[in-house]
Design a protein around this ligand. Structure first.
Ligand code: PLP
Length: 416
């Protein structure tokens, strides 16, 4: 028996997450959508089967392309991002790869922030092997993006708060510029999550989230998503395949990513993972609130500590983009980095931490620390590291939801 269907129109952020599943009927009054462990979908008549394959009737075709549990998660993420539609993938990197490989082709040019998640940086190097030009710029100032644009530029890619030195991109001005130039504006919203920032507010065409980080939140499941925010006019985009130029032009971009990126490349999110991410997301805003307030307390403590040379956190008044972060975001995030006065003490300090976990992950309930030059940014070499502001004594922290005093005590002991 179905419960009455409810509506989440005009409801607040967390209300939308925790009640959104009931916007369409669920059997037995279950408050969660069921997990559909299935690969194939059978139909009663050949007519129905053909209609589903020809997009004349809604329905599911094959598990690599769609699953009702994933559809429910996609609806949830679209609601959080206030977007038109969302497509989920096995990981955040799969979402970024599918987006770039399906919307760009050989001879095109991509302008990217130089302050970039390490694996995205590595992917963009790979794109150059397929004849796609990439220019990395300091995206904290739109002037650098404008200067890099060429006649063959198709896309601008930025992150909100960059890893590890927390530069905040000139998000609004870049959005205005991309609109004037008809460029697809892709914002990786992972570090802020829709709880702190809506890329739609700055005119982004696509928002990408690694669901593995704050959205799922508990460090137990991987996933990624790309959301079309309805801000880009795909009828003006030259790379949409004629086969996908049908129906509402607002859907063409995601349609091409769905067919060429999800169906053909096959990095499908498992239904069980979709369910876990949906559950984790229910507390996203609560967790972000707590993590941001812990991060602010730690940043202020670090900025007074004599063993620390520099603190990178947008919540500090001294941060170069503090004002911008305050205007754009609902909070300053859980990502922070510190430079020690003595680079050689880096491993020693980290080894003395007891509660904080030494780990490469981000956006977890637990506070995590990592020496970035020796680990996640090791592969890119000293020159590129220097251009990103990374030194051998840079420690990145992803602040969790532990009790604040326990965190302060842990760092007080480690810093000596
Ligand atoms: C982690 C991360 C990704 C990649 O996400 P995965 O789910 O680990 O593949 C992409 N962008 C940013 C900013 C990230 O922090």
């Amino acid at each position: 028996m179905n419960q009455a269907v409810i509506t989440m129109k005009n409801k607040g952020f967390t209300t939308k997450i925790v009640h959104g599943d009931r916007e369409s009927p669920i059997e037995h009054g279950s408050v969660h959508k069921p997990v559909h462990h299935v690969v194939l979908y059978g139909y009663d008549t050949t007519e129905e089967l053909a209609a589903v394959f020809q997009n004349k009737q809604p329905g599911y075709s094959y598990g690599r392309q769609n699953n009702p549990t994933t559809t429910a998660l996609q609806a949830k993420i679209s609601a959080l991002e206030t977007g038109v539609d969302t497509l989920c993938f096995a990981t955040g990197m799969a979402a970024i790869t599918a987006t770039c490989l399906t919307l760009l082709k050989a001879g095109d040019h991509l302008v990217s922030s130089q302050f970039l998640f390490g694996n995205t940086n590595s992917l963009f190097q790979t794109l150059t092997q397929f004849g796609i030009e990439v220019t990395f710029v300091d995206a904290t100032d739109v002037a650098n993006v404008e200067a890099a644009v060429q006649p063959n530029t198709r896309m601008v890619f930025v992150e909100t708060i960059a890893n590890p030195c927390t530069q905040v991109a000139d998000l609004k001005a870049i959005g205005d510029f991309c609109r004037r130039q008809d460029l697809v504006y892709v914002v990786d919203n992972t570090m802020t999550s829709p709880a702190l920032f809506l890329p739609k507010a700055v005119g982004a065409g696509l928002s990408i989230n690694s669901l593995s980080k704050c959205i799922a939140g508990h460090g137990e499941v991987l996933g990624g998503a790309v959301t079309d925010l309805g801000e880009y006019d795909w009828s003006r985009y030259p790379n949409i395949n004629p086969a996908y130029r049908t129906g509402d032009p607002q859907k063409w971009g995601l349609q091409q990513i769905r067919k060429k990126g999800l169906r053909d490349m096959g990095a499908t999110l498992a239904p069980d993972s979709a369910h876990r991410i949906a559950i984790g997301s229910e507390t996203l805003a609560l967790r972000m609130d707590k993590a941001c307030s812990n991060a602010q307390a730690l940043a202020e403590y670090f900025s007074r500590h004599k063993a620390i040379k520099q603190v990178y956190y947008p919540g500090l008044a001294a941060h170069p983009q503090h004002q911008r972060a305050q205007e754009l975001f609902n909070g300053f995030g859980a990502l922070m980095s510190i430079d020690l006065v003595d680079n050689d003490a880096c491993f020693d300090v980290l080894n003395k931490l007891q509660g904080v976990v030494l780990s490469s992950h981000l956006g977890d309930n637990r506070t995590l620390a990592i020496p970035v030059a020796h680990t996640i940014f090791f592969e890119m070499g000293p020159e590129r590291r220097a251009s990103m502001g990374i030194s051998d004594g840079t420690i990145r922290l992803s602040v969790g939801i532990e009790d604040r005093d326990d965190l302060l005590e842990d760092f007080e002991r480690a810093l000596g």
